[in-house]
Design a protein around this ligand. Structure first.
Ligand SMILES: NC(=O)c1ccc[n+]([C@@H]2O[C@H](COP(=O)([O-])OP(=O)(O)OC[C@H]3O[C@@H](n4cnc5c(N)ncnc54)[C@H](OP(=O)(O)O)[C@@H]3O)[C@@H](O)[C@H]2O)c1
Length: 280
């Protein structure tokens, strides 16, 4: 039986969120598109408006908004089958040049946003005894990347959260997939959205401005968010969806060798590793 699923997508007003909304609607599913600026979300989705699409205001960094947003979604479509924790932005630059306040804000959206919305949706999914949570991480959530300390730390945290919670909620028929996209052509690296480290430390000055390293990627990324949306629809339709999904050949080219190197390093020190146990 091919039942219409209900999606709840955060940060649906652009990029991967928008692409996923459109892909799910194209597949005949129903979607609750959320965002902190609803005019932006409505505008991005004006050409796909139908009775299968609902809009709900949600700033993921505000814990108080998560439960009412989920309740509104359930009131509208009766259930939530797929939650896509997608909202996020990037704080880039050298770790020492970031302010603690900026790092905390990065966590408030990219990590705590996932915490709040997941905690709001899980009771609904537990009651249904089914559900699928798709958390958008990044290559930076698997590999340590220059200038991505804070961003990467939030994504590593999302990965840890996802893999751990999955072991607890599997018994209720709830699955979790972590998505690790490479570079996708979205608004992520748009100057209006990106946050730069803003406390200069002289020793890093000779490397030049991190901005000049990252800005050229904007608008030239190989990944197509519409196609990632289609891939997520496929994953949502799987009986046994993957726990981890690497999106894009650039992501594969970075993640596969990093995992192989990690395995090699782990094996290279097996003897030393085993030497740490024994009688006290
Ligand atoms: N594009 C890539 O290359 C890439 C690679 C790896 C991972 N990702 C991840 O993919 C996800 C989607 O990003 P994207 O690439 O599609 O970039 P994007 O086009 O900038 O989309 C991000 C969306 O998140 C929303 N958002 C930000 N803070 C929010 C908050 N506090 N509450 C609710 N919504 C918020 C933004 O809305 P506002 O307009 O309100 O800010 C925006 O619509 C992010 O988690 C990002 O880290 C992207």
């Amino acid at each position: 039986m091919n039942m219409k699923k209900v999606w709840f997508i955060t940060g649906a007003g652009s990029g991967i969120g928008e692409g996923t909304v459109k892909a799910a609607l194209k597949a005949g599913d129903r979607v609750v598109a959320t965002g902190r600026n609803l005019d932006k979300v409505r505008n991005a989705l004006h050409d796909v408006v139908s009775e299968n699409l609902a809009f709900v205001r949600l700033d993921v960094s505000d814990e108080a908004q998560a439960k009412p947003a989920v309740e509104e979604a359930v009131k509208r479509f009766g259930r939530i089958d797929i939650l896509v924790n997608n909202a996020g932005y990037s704080l880039l630059g050298n770790f020492e040049e970031m302010t603690i306040a900026d790092i905390e804000s990065q966590f408030a959206t990219n990590f705590y946003g996932v915490v709040y919305v997941t905690r709001a949706a899980l009771p609904v999914m537990r009651k249904q005894r089914s559900g699928h949570i798709i958390n958008i991480s990044s290559v930076a959530g698997v590999v340590g990347l220059k200038h991505c300390t804070a961003y990467g730390a939030t994504k590593f945290a999302v990965e840890g959260l996802s893999l751990s919670v999955a072991t607890e909620v599997e018994q209720f028929g709830i699955k979790i997939t972590v998505v690790e996209p490479g570079f996708f052509r979205t608004d992520l690296l748009d100057e209006r959205n990106i946050r730069w480290a803003r406390s200069p430390v002289e020793d890093y000055a000779h490397e030049g401005d991190p901005q000049s390293m990252w800005s050229p990627y904007h608008g030239t990324q190989p990944g197509n968010p519409a196609k990632l949306g289609d891939a997520l629809v496929k994953i949502a339709g799987m009986e046994n969806p993957p726990k981890l999904f690497v999106a894009g050949s650039d992501a594969l080219a970075m993640i596969v060798p990093a995992i192989e190197a990690r395995l090699q390093e782990t094996r290279a020190h097996e003897e030393l590793s085993r030497s740490t146990e024994g009688s006290f």
